[in-house]
Each structure stands twice: as structure tokens, then as C-alpha cells.
Design a protein around this ligand. Structure first.
Ligand code: DGJ
Length: 743
């Protein structure tokens, strides 16, 4: 059994042969933490690993005690997991004591919130530990799931007021993890628009450190994730702990190092600006946190997140399906199109082998630029006189599927919707509202808004043959105020608006199960596990420059699978950085994701068309490998001078693999280096070929049969003659395709 209860010592040990997580009810009934680390034998007590008791600190110094659900105000001066205020007397002191626990097969769903799930009861086991604050009647249920086949645990707290008076919840972390030492480096995925999820690492220092969002979305700036790794942890070796929050709104991911050198890591809702009134009988459920522990390096940690999020977080028909290669109209046409132009683009794309045509922004209301019409989800007859249905049919007649862009949560001040319902836009009555991209955010915490959008967008999606939806969200929330909430419940506004977004997603995805949804937020501004539960892929970034994308996709891959990363080839000079990169390099980067194009295919030269035909055929041939393979990071854009990147994807049965090698600036005389691969079958002989095919040194040195043992032990040869090096130029890329020849 993955979960063992040792009654004599009141220990709970969760283990699956890859990791063990230990908790213990301490002598004073506080829930203590014992252990997180490599798998320990079952049938033994580990009670000695934790302190016996925690009755507050009885001396001036206060030795830290490891706790599962810490609270403030009674001697633990570290950041609490749960914080409350009791309106009856204004106090905020809590004593959460063990009442009972129950173990169950499987994993219960979280009401209204996205979460990981199981398809069979034996895939996971869950223990729910009930804690109670006797004077107030506050119940906290700590539900922890261990997955049978993954190095992963999931946790959520359920808080219930069983008392007679209201309780104000001021903060509730989804996971608070006490670690016995602080000899970790903290890594976060941070950046901003067009450079999302860069890998940022720093050693832990005393005090609190971390990242978060107060923007109403997880944000471009920081992902709801933190990674702790030892100084000597590499991709293939060493310890790492990940905490990932399945949530798309305001969050905090942080670590506190206290004076004795222990560390408390926690992820959850951001307490800043958060409050939740729990009336007697009411419940509050925190978003889920997913903890991954690896003692086999970062690669194994990422593998775990990839498998779990691809197969047991993403849902629906498209979870396991191959995703189509699409062309998106945005960078090719922006707002300037009519039906003839769009069909011209679609026809040209079809001739290149592209499978789907997606009409981006600009098709509705009177939207000729970004100053109007959000909220008016009816087709602009000036541009499309015969309507969307006609366009969709015409695209289908070409043998392609049709996709459409929407931005449901927004309203333009210049729109019919705003004229009719100015009070649906978020803002404090009597105060100015900050506009961003000339738009305002709808109050998704207002059920009338969600009902309206479910109806209007439901009608829209039912009105034409739409196979794909890109759900955008182009600004963050300012002047937050929930008009349907009373003054003393305004702290609920952000979380309620997130719950409203999830509800709308749930309604539309269940009403249109055949549609492939892709989430987007001005690029990757809401690329998080919460969104993945509804949309199995996301627009990774508005920055499609091949060199910039290496960093973005590398960082994103720490947590998110390739099947979630939409990656498109766009025209040069690149719109975000003005850089020119070879077409082959742009494709060689975008292949490692859900591949597509975002340009005007009618503007391609004959040579470019021939290249695109080859690229599309290449991706189709290897699509399953790219979308479902096991991703291995070899050499990173955040290592050294960042000039060289190498990564690979390996089929689950290890019969095929593709290695991507990328170089930023070209340098003379690189020397006879080798690139050692990982994750192959040492017993298999692979036929190595290069893409694009060239008659050059690199091909001659590597093409042919090579053992998996040799490719991992000695590696590919990167040597090339001077002439060949001189001809490469900057932003060069090459792929090595490995296919099994025989055992
Ligand atoms: C931001 C998205 O990231 C782009 O891909 C595009 O859809 C624009 N919005 C359209 O306004």
C-alpha cells in the first residue's frame, strides 16, 4: 500500500518505491512533517526524524519544528500556511489539532478547480487528515495524494467553518513544506512579455524569497512554480524538488530560510489582497499543488511533470490526439483581411501540406485595430459578408479544419457590450479605470457575466464548423472590485473571477468536446497547469524568434510537456526583435512543440515554399515523437555564454529519437567536439541521418549506423571543416534523426 498508518507512533508514510513522504501527529496533536526524500522501507518507524512535540517555542530562540499545516501567532514565527481572523473578537490565533484521518483509493476531484486526476482507483491513494481549531470550529482537511507511477504527490486544503460565527480566511497555502536544511538553490521561471519562463537560479539566503503574481493571472513575469536543487544537481543526477500550483490567478511561490538554516517552501494563493469570508457551514478549497521529488536530476523531475500534466491533468478528446499543423493569420494579416485574402492564405497553406487554418483577431464587431469591439462576438460583415460559417465551409472544402480566435474575458470601451453593461467591466465606482491595450476586463466573478459569455460564445461556436479555438487574454486586472460582492468580501474578488473563468472554460469545453482549445495570454502570460486542465496546449510566447524561443521553450520544458507548447514559424525580420534567422532554424526550434506557421503563405518565395513543404512533411512523419516523446535537455541556453543549445526527444520505446543542435553566433575553429546523448537504448543500433539533408562533413561524420551505447558514451561528432564552418553564418541549426536499425 502506498499509504501506511503506524498507529503506535501516529505516523503516515506515503511511498511508491521512488519517494517517501512522512508525516506524524505530534504529542500535542499538531501535524508534524517527518521526511521527504528517496524511498524508505515500509514497515519501519521514522518518528525519530521529527520533533516529538510542538507547543509553541518555550525559549527565546525557538528551535524550528517541521510542520505540515503551520499557523502563526503561537510561537512559529515563520510564514504560516493558514491565516485567519475571527470577526467576533478580532483575534487571529489558531490551534489546529489532529482529529482523524482517512485513506482512500484514487483521488477526489476539487469542486470548481482544475486538478490532476486518475482514471483507475489504483493509480493513486489519498489520505485526508482532519485538523480542528476547537474554539472556533474551523476544520482544515489536508488531502495528500501519492501517485503509484510517478515521483509525485498532490495536495489541497479544504477549510470548513463548523462553528457558529463567521471566520475570515486571510491566507491558505496549498502546500507548506518544511525542509531540514537550506542548502538548495531556488530556481524560478521568470521574465516578462516575449521572454517568458527564463530559468533564474539563486542560492537560498536567510529570510523570505520567492515570486508571485497580483495581476489576476499567473502572468508573464513568474510561473506558479518553484524548484529547489542542490548545488551539484545536474540534468541527470542529484536531488531536486518541484512545487507547481495548478492555478491561473494570483499566487505566491516562496521559501523562507530561518536562522537555524532550515527552510520552509510554500506555494498557494497570494495572501496579499486575498480574503474569504467563511460563514458557518461554508467551505473553501485551495488550488492543488503538485510536488515532484527526484534524486535522479532535473530530467527526471521534468519527465514526471510532463507525463502527469500531459496524461492526468489535460483532459478531453485532444489529450491523446495528434495535434494538427496550423497556419494562424495573425502575423501574416493582422487586422487587414477579407474573405478572399483569408482563403488565398488557406489555399497556399493547404498546398504546403498544412492541416488547419486559424483566423486570429479582427473578425468581429468593427475591429480594424485593437481599439474596439471586444465583447461583440458577432462577425464583421464588412470583412466577411458571407459570415463565419461560409468561411469555415470554404476552408473545409480545401481539406483543412478551421479555427477561430476569441478573447472572452475582455471588453473594449468602444463596444456594444460596454454600452449595454458598463458595470460588467472591473473598476471601482467613481474612480478612473486603467486601460491596457485599450481594453477592460470583465468581472468574471459576476455569474451574470459568465452566463452571458457562455450563451454568446456557445452560439458562436455552434454557428460554424469550428475545430479549434484560441482563447486569448491580453491584459491584467487593475482596480479590482467585485460589484456583486459586499464591501467586507472584496478580498474574494480575484479568486472568484478565476473561478468564473474556469467555469466558462468548463461549460464551453464540455459543450464542444471536439474542439481543440489553445490558451493564450498575450503570448505566454497564463501558461500554467490550471489552463492545461481545459486547453491541452498554450501559445508559448508572442516571441517567435528562433534564438529567443530556445530560451523560452527550454525554461518552459522544466515543467510543461512539448504537447502543451504551441510553436510557430514566422516571417523574418522577426516582429519582436527584428532579427533574421534561417527558415530551417526557425522550423528546427518550432518542431519541439506543437508545430505550426504564423505568416502569409502567399508571400513565400518558391525556395521558401519548397522548404516549408519539406518541414511540414518532416513534422508529420515525426509528429508522435515530438508531441509525446520524452524530452531530454542536453546543453542549455542558460549555460555558459548561452550560445549553444542541444536537446532531444526520445520515443517511449526508445526506437527513435531526434536531436536538435542550435548555435547563436558562429565562431571560427570550434574544434573537434562531441555531443553525448542521453535516454537512448544502449543495446539498439540507430541509423543516424541529418535534417536538413546536406552533403557536408557533419553528415559524413555522423550518418550511418551507431549504437545507442556509443551515442551516449562517445556522442555525435560536431567536427566540421573550415569551409563548412565559414558557410554556416549565425543562428544555425541541425537535427540528427535516430531510427532503430536492429538490436
Ligand atoms: C496576443 C496573442 O498572443 C497573439 O498571438 C495574437 O492572437 C494577438 N493577441 C491578437 O490580438
Amino acid at each position: 500500500m502506498p499509504i501506511e498508518w503506524r498507529a503506535a507512533t501516529r505516523e503516515l508514510l506515503l511511498g511508491n518505491g521512488r519517494l517517501t513522504y512522512g508525516m506524524r501527529v505530534l504529542d500535542d496533536d499538531t501535524l508534524g512533517h517527518l521526511y521527504l526524500g528517496p524511498a524508505l522501507h515500509g514497515g519501519r518507524s521514522y518518528a525519530h526524524l521529527g520533533a516529538p512535540d510542538f507547543a509553541g517555542f518555550t525559549n527565546r530562540i525557538g528551535t524550528p519544528v517541521a510542520l505540515e499545516c503551520p499557523v502563526g501567532g503561537s510561537g512559529d514565527f515563520r510564514v504560516p500556511a493558514v491565516a485567519v481572523a475571527f470577526p467576533a473578537d478580532g483575534s487571529g490565533v489558531l490551534h489546529l489539532r489532529y482529529v482523524e484521518h482517512r485513506v482512500m483509493a484514487g483521488k477526489p476531484p476539487l469542486p470548481g478547480l482544475p486538478s490532476t486526476y486518475v482514471e483507475a482507483g489504483d493509480e493513486a491513494e489519498t489520505v485526508i487528515v482532519t485538523l480542528r481549531d476547537e474554539p472556533s470550529g474551523l476544520i482544515v482537511e489536508v488531502a495528500t495524494t501519492i501517485f503509484r507511477d510517478h515521483r509525485a504527490l498532490a495536495r489541497s486544503l479544504r477549510l470548513r467553518n463548523e462553528g457558529a460565527a463567521p471566520i475570515d480566511l486571510l491566507g491558505a497555502a496549498s502546500w507548506s513544506l518544511d525542509l531540514p536544511d537550506a542548502a538548495w538553490q531556488l530556481t524560478t521561471l521568470s521574465g516578462t512579455w516575449a521572454r517568458e519562463r527564463h530559468v533564474v537560479a539563486r542560492p537560498l539566503v536567510p529570510g523570505r524569497q520567492g515570486v508571485g503574481s497580483t495581476r489576476g493571472a499567473s502572468g508573464h513575469e513568474h510561473n506558479p512554480f518553484l524548484l529547489l536543487r542542490r548545488a551539484d544537481t545536474t540534468e541527470a543526477h542529484g536531488e531536486a524538488i518541484g512545487l507547481s500550483l495548478v492555478y491561473s490567478g494570483n499566487f505566491r511561490a516562496e521559501v523562507e530560510v530561518e536562522p537555524f538554516g532550515s527552510a520552509r517552501a510554500r506555494v498557494g494563493l497570494d495572501a496579499e489582497g486575498f480574503g474569504w469570508r467563511l460563514e458557518p457551514g461554508a467551505e473553501f478549497v485551495t488550488p492543488e499543488a503538485v510536488l515532484v521529488y527526484s534524486d535522479d536530476g532535473l530530467g527526471a523531475l521534468s519527465d514526471t511533470y510532463h507525463e502527469l500534466y500531459r496524461e492526468r491533468l489535460a483532459r478531453g478528446l485532444w489529450r491523446d490526439r495528434e495535434r494538427p499543423i496550423l497556419v494562424n493569420s495573425w502575423e501574416g494579416a493582422h487586422f487587414q483581411f477579407d474573405e478572399a485574402r483569408l482563403l488565398g492564405m488557406a489555399t497556399a497553406a493547404r498546398d504546403l501540406g498544412i492541416e488547419s487554418f486559424v483566423l486570429d483577431d479582427g473578425w468581429f464587431g468593427a475591429r480594424d485595430d485593437d481599439t474596439s469591439s471586444l465583447g461583440d462576438w458577432t462577425v464583421d460583415r464588412r470583412k466577411l459578408p458571407q459570415g463565419l460559417g461560409h468561411l469555415a465551409q470554404a476552408v473545409e472544402a480545401l481539406g483543412m479544419s478551421f479555427g477561430l480566435w476569441i478573447e472572452p474575458e475582455m471588453v473594449s470601451p468602444r463596444s456594444r457590450l460596454f454600452e449595454q453593461h458598463p458595470d460588467w467591466a472591473i473598476g471601482v465606482p467613481g474612480r478612473p479605470r486603467t486601460e491596457s491595450r485599450q481594453q477592460l476586463v470583465l468581472d468574471m466573478g459576476n455569474p451574470a457575466v459568465v452566463d452571458h459569455l457562455a450563451m454568446v460564445l456557445g452560439d458562436l461556436l455552434g454557428s460554424a464548423s469550428i475545430a479549434y479555438v484560441k482563447w486569448d487574454m491580453n491584459r491584467n486586472i487593475t482596480e479590482m472590485y467585485g460589484r456583486t460582492l459586499p464591501p467586507d468580501r472584496q478580498g474574494e474578488a480575484f479568486h472568484r473571477s478565476m473561478l468564473g473563468v474556469y467555469e466558462l472554460y468548463e461549460r464551453l469545453t464540455s459543450r464542444f468536446p471536439a474542439i481543440l482549445f489553445e490558451s493564450c495570454a498575450g503570448g505566454g502570460g497564463r501558461f500554467d497547469p490550471g489552463m492545461l486542465a481545459f486547453a491541452p496546449q498554450a501559445w508559448t510566447s508572442d516571441d517567435t524568434d528562433a534564438f529567443e524561443r530556445l530560451r523560452i521553450q527550454w525554461g518552459t520544458s522544466l515543467v510543461y510537456p512539448l504537447s502543451s507548447m504551441a510553436a510557430h514559424v514566422t516571417a523574418v525580420p522577426n516582429l519582436q526583435v527584428g532579427r533574421g534567422t534561417p527558415l530551417a532554424t526557425r522550423a528546427a526550434v518550432a518542431f519541439f512543440g506543437v508545430f505550426g506557421y504564423e505568416l502569409d503563405p502567399t508571400a513565400l518565395s518558391p525556395d521558401e515554399r519548397a522548404q516549408v513543404v519539406d518541414q511540414v512533411a518532416f513534422y508529420k512523419r515525426h509528429r508522435t515523437l515530438f508531441q509525446r516523446g520524452h524530452f531530454v535537455r542536453l546543453h542549455g541556453p542558460f549555460d555558459g555564454d548561452g550560445n549553444e543549445t542541444a536537446w532531444m526527444v526520445v520515443a517511449p520505446d526508445r526506437e527513435q529519437a531526434i536531436v536538435g543542435l542550435y548555435q547563436g553566433l558562429n565562431h571560427p575553429e570550434p574544434g573537434p567536439r562531441r555531443l553525448r546523448l542521453r535516454g537512448l537504448d544502449p543495446a539498439v543500433t540507430y541509423q543516424v541521418s541529418l535534417w536538413p539533408a546536406r552533403d557536408d562533413d557533419l553528415s559524413r561524420r555522423n550518418e550511418g549506423p551507431r549504437g545507442g551505447d556509443e551515442l551516449m558514451g562517445a556522442g555525435l561528432s560536431l567536427a566540421a571543416g573550415r569551409e563548412e564552418i565559414e558557410s554556416r553564418g549565425d543562428h544555425w541549426a541541425r537535427l540528427f534523426v535516430l531510427e532503430r536499425r536492429g538490436g
